[in-house]
Ligand binder design. Structure first.
Ligand code: NAP
Ligand code: BGC
Ligand code: ZN
Length: 353
């Protein structure tokens, strides 16, 4: 069967022929419908993130998938069920306490592999197999947008961790600041606008579809070239919640300045190594004297996937079609990996039925 693979940090992704997988007991064979692409995929291709499966020289890409169950004997799933797979699996040398507790998303590096990213093949192939316990049902009506369940679940987990860090007192947040109007940031804006006054900071110029989406959702776009992150409290308002989705390492520290007292910043970007100076004393003092918090958040588990399904159902009808710039078939797959100011979210379609 056809798959899309890459030698990370080497060549461009290419179509390869790989054997169709056979499900083990407890697993489902899933026919792939669509697989989304995000900044992480571009980081893998560049060789900045992720790793090959042991002993292999090519990684099958794709961690944002939706598909249809072909066979899944004695798993509770039936042929025709629409499903989205979670990303993390036990390492090849076996499971551990995180998997036993159903908390793979909290496993530290080395205690998990990630399909399509780190040490395990992904879902960009005509079929994939997965343990049934790592599949989440998607309503048939959302099948064409089901590849958004994984990235929205990442937003849900980060919000859960941020809220948990503020759960010991009466936190009544009003203002959220999303850093990045890329593929992850825009999903965060869409998730937050119902509850917060949302600002979204990026460095893109109009006309740009992501800025249009922020404004159509009711948010305020901030151009970082005119209003850098630390200036936002003075020029707009301090943020009760910062959601970092740029991978720009200075933002982690500048977020502390942008927070309101008792606020929290959730960091999701995955930067490269980068040395720069910060006033550590001042930032430390701000965290302590104003009860501010920083939380890192990665990946997501089945409950976040289920919340994501509900969240996508609550998005305005126009949102998915405006947010998804491009869905290409396997013959034109390379267009899904192109990045640019006018491209927001892309996906590869393996089967449209
Ligand atoms: P993306 O589509 O490339 O979006 C990133 C956005 O941030 C782009 O619009 C980019 O603008 C903007 N940006 C970068 N540096 C900036 C700066 N200094 N000031 C203002 N804007 C800036 O990537 P994505 O898919 O949304 O992912 C964002 C980050 O989250 C990546 O690092 C990715 O690896 C990470 N991620 C983490 C998780 C997790 O579980 N923690 C999940 C998914 C993604 P330009 O185009 O001009 O650079
Ligand atoms: C994926 C997560 C993954 C993270 C780090 C993100 O793009 O959506 O599932 O844990 O990258 O590899
Ligand atoms: Zn991702």
């Amino acid at each position: 069967m056809e798959a899309i693979g890459v030698e990370p940090g080497g060549t461009r992704p290419r179509v390869v022929d790989v054997p169709r997988p056979d499900p083990e007991p407890g697993e489902a064979l899933v026919r792939t419908l669509r697989v989304g692409v995000d900044g992480t995929d571009r980081g893998i291709i560049a060789g900045d993130h992720g790793s090959l499966p042991p002993g292999e020289d090519l990684l099958v890409l794709g961690h944002e998938a939706v598909g249809v169950v072909e066979t899944a004997p004695e798993t509770g799933f039936e042929r025709g069920d629409v499903v989205a797979p979670t990303v993390r699996r036990p390492p090849t040398d076996g499971g551990n306490e995180f998997f036993e507790r159903g908390e793979a998303d909290m496993a530290p590096p080395g205690a998990t592999v990630e399909r399509g990213i780190d040490g395990a093949h992904g879902f960009m192939s005509e079929f994939f197999t997965s343990p049934a316990s790592s599949l989440v049902r998607v309503p048939e009506t959302l099948a064409c947008w089901g590849f958004l369940v994984e990235p929205v679940s990442v937003v849900e987990k980060a919000l859960e961790l941020a809220r948990a860090s503020r759960s010991s007192f009466d936190w009544t947040p009003q203002t959220a600041l999303v850093l990045g109007n890329g593929s992850l940031g825009l999903l965060a804006v869409a998730a937050l606008v119902g509850e917060f006054d949302v600002y979204c900071l990026d460095r893109r110029s109009r006309p740009q579809p992501g800025i249009d989406i922020v404004e159509r959702l009711g948010g305020t776009y901030v151009d970082a070239r005119e209003t850098p992150l630390p200036a936002i409290p003075d020029q707009h308002e301090p943020a009760d919640l910062v959601f970092e989705a740029t991978g720009y390492a200075k933002h982690a520290f500048q977020s502390i300045e942008a927070l309101a007292p008792n606020g929290v910043a959730a960091l999701l970007g995955v930067p490269d190594s980068w040395r720069f100076e910060v006033d550590g004393g001042r930032l430390h003092e701000r965290l302590v004297l104003s009860n501010r918090a920083l939380v890192g958040s990665v990946n997501s588990g089945p409950r976040h996937f289920r919340r994501a399904v509900d969240r996508i159902g609550s998005f305005p009808d126009w949102f998915p079609a405006s947010y998804v710039s491009r869905v290409v078939d396997v013959d034109s797959f390379s267009a899904a990996f192109e990045a640019g100011d006018q491209i927001l979210k892309t996906a590869v379609e393996f089967d449209s039925s």
